[in-house]
Design a protein around this ligand. Sequence first.
Ligand SMILES: Nc1ncnc2c1ncn2[C@@H]1O[C@H](COP(=O)(O)OP(=O)(O)O)[C@@H](O)[C@H]1O
Ligand SMILES: [Mg+2]
Length: 316
Amino acid sequence: MEYVNLPQRSQRLNSESKKTKIHKIFSVDSLRSEPFGRELRVERLRVEDCELSGEIFERKSPQGRDELMAPILAVQKLYKSFGGVEAVKNVSFELEKGQLLAMIGPNGAGKSTCFNLINGQLRPDHGRIIIMGAEINGSKPRDVWKLGVGRTFQITATLPSMTVLENVQMALLSYHGRTHSLLRKVGQLYVDESRELLEQVGIGDQADRACGVLAYGDLKRVELAVALANKPRLLLMDEPTAGMGPAERQTLMELTRHIVRTRDIGVLFTEHDMDVVFNHADRIIVLSRGELMAEGTPADVQTNAKVKEIYLGNEE
Ligand SMILES: Nc1ncnc2c1ncn2[C@@H]1O[C@H](COP(=O)(O)OP(=O)(O)O)[C@@H](O)[C@H]1O
Ligand SMILES: [Mg+2]
C-alpha cells in the first residue's frame, strides 16, 4: 500500500506515531483516480490509533487595505524544474475572489506542479506566489493552509465507517483546533454547523448514513463540505470531477460555482472534460509544456488558434 506525501493537515498533529496514521488517512492524492479503491484502503487503517492533536492555529486575517484589495491569488513568473524537465516555466496569472479559474493543458503540462507550488508542497525555483497580498514563497503547507488555502482531494478521508455528519464534525473540530479521539463519538459537537454545510452541498438528507455506502458523487460532495469546514478563501481542486459521469460532473461544478459566488472565494481547478471547463469557468488559463499558452474567457480560449493546435489529437 502506497501513500503520497503529506498534505497540510497532518502537519497539525503532534505525536509521531499518531501522525503517521493520520497522515495516511489524509494522504489520498495518489488514490484520486481510483475512486473505488480508496475506501478499501482507508478501511485498512487502524482508526483507534488515530488522534487529532490540540494544537491551535489561528488563521491570519487580511489586515490592511492593500491586502483586502489584492487578488486572492497572484502568480508571477513562476519557474520549477525537476532535473532537466522544466515543469513550470515563466507562468503568471491572477485569480480574483468570486471567480472560478480553470487551468487546462495536456498531460505533463505542469498543472499539478503549479498546484503543489501554490499550496506550499513544492518550492519555486524562481517567481512569486502571493495569496491575498501575502507572499508565500518558501512557506510550508501548514502556513499556506493558515492563510485560507484549501484543497479538495486531500480530504477524501471520509472515514467509511463514520457517518457523513461525523466526517464534517471532525473537519470542524480540526478547523477549530480541538483535540478529539477518533475512537470517541463526536457527539453533539458542531452538529448545527455540520448540517448546514451538508445542506449547502446538497446532501443534507444523507447526514446520518455511513460514508462507506455513499454513491461516488455524494462522496465528492462530502469532500467539498469537509474542505469548506476549513473556511478557505482559495480552494484548489485538482480534477474535482474525475471518476464521475457527465451529468454528475455538471452538477458538481454548478454547485461549486454557486459556492464561489455566495462565499466570495476563489477556486482554481484543473479538469479534463472541456464541456465542464467551457460551461463553468469564468476564466481559463492554458498550459503546455510548462508554459502559459493562452488566457481569457471561455469564448476567447475556445477560438484561440494556439489552443486548438495544442489540443489537436490531444483530446482526452
Ligand atoms: N516530482 C517530480 N519529479 C520529476 N518530474 C516531475 C515531478 N513532478 C512532475 N514532473 C514532471 O513535470 C512535468 C509536469 O508534470 P505535472 O505538473 O504533473 O503535469 P500535469 O499535472 O499537467 O499533467 C511532467 O513532465 C512530469 O513528468
Ligand atoms: Mg496533474
